[in-house]
Write a protein that binds this ligand. Structure first.
Ligand code: SF4
Length: 258
């Protein structure tokens, strides 16, 4: 696969998506590792889908060799998320690389807006997501040829068209979503059958877990991501990680992952 010619890369990513569709998860990761040249980065939020991917990457002995596992440590995560992080590294003998906010940006935001200033306006919330998530993600993906995520089409209506692979022209890499066609039930079954460590908040009404001040438990019957930025209107919910990128499953103005 060549990433120097965007049109060719787009076509090749589409072909890769077709080939991935017929494979099981280990075979998908094997094909990705062979077909996508250069550095591969998997960004995990330590949520349950990402734990399935971490398990599969570790068992395939791709962690730290072919695929770097990275997380965006916003500094505002739940204690349970940090416990999951520790437990995961111990279970698989891996290291999850942390990308943290720039100190000057964090200090300036807290000085201007207050420690929980992200509640003051959509703009302030997006600024917080910007320096805590979007900017560190850019550093995590710097020079990467492929970006693996745990996005699933079934997570929300906004993600219904999530592809297994697509060329991200803005970042100049291939975005890979090896669980795009998995259901939540299949994720849960995989975790149970394979004793995958997972965040205990999932057992307490948190199907989707982000920063602690911006995530609540959902009520019975609510969508999986209803507990994220619940005080905002649906069309304002986005943090910029998966937004507005060609080939991304989420479009501008819609919610985003992590
Ligand atoms: Fe800030 Fe909340 Fe976004 Fe986390 S989810 S980066 S605390 S606004």
């Amino acid at each position: 696969m060549s990433l120097t010619d965007p049109r060719a890369a787009e076509a090749q990513a589409g072909e890769l998506a077709v080939r991935l569709a017929t494979l099981d998860l280990p075979a998908r990761l094997d094909l990705i590792a062979r077909e996508v040249p250069g550095r591969l980065v998997f960004t995990t939020s330590l949520g349950i889908e990402d734990q399935v991917l971490t398990h599969a990457i570790a068992l395939a002995k791709l962690a730290g060799t072919r695929i770097e596992i990275a997380t965006l440590d916003t500094g505002r995560l739940f204690p349970e998320t940090y416990e999951t992080w520790v437990e995961t590294e111990a279970a698989y003998g891996i290291r999850i690389h942390a990308y943290v906010p720039e100190r000057e940006a964090e200090e300036a935001f807290v000085r201007e807006e207050g420690i929980n200033g992200f509640r003051r306006s959509v703009a302030a919330r997006q600024a917080c997501c910007g320096f805590r998530k979007v900017e560190p993600l850019g550093r995590a993906l710097d020079g990467a040829a492929g970006w693996l995520t745990g996005l699933r089409a079934g997570q929300s209506a906004n993600r219904a068209a999530t592809p297994l692979a697509a060329y991200d022209a803005a970042r100049g890499l291939v975005k890979l979503n090896p669980l795009a066609d998995w259901t939540r039930e299949r994720i849960d079954l995989f975790v149970r059958e394979n004793f995958v460590p997972y965040n205990t908040l999932h057992d307490r009404g948190f199907p989707s877990i982000g920063c602690a001040p911006c995530t609540r438990a959902v009520k019975v019957g609510e969508p999986e991501r209803a507990g994220r930025w619940w005080w905002e209107q649906e069309d304002k919910k986005e943090c910029g990680l998966h937004v507005g990128r060609p080939g991304a499953s989420v479009q501008p103005g819609q919610e985003a992952a992590v």
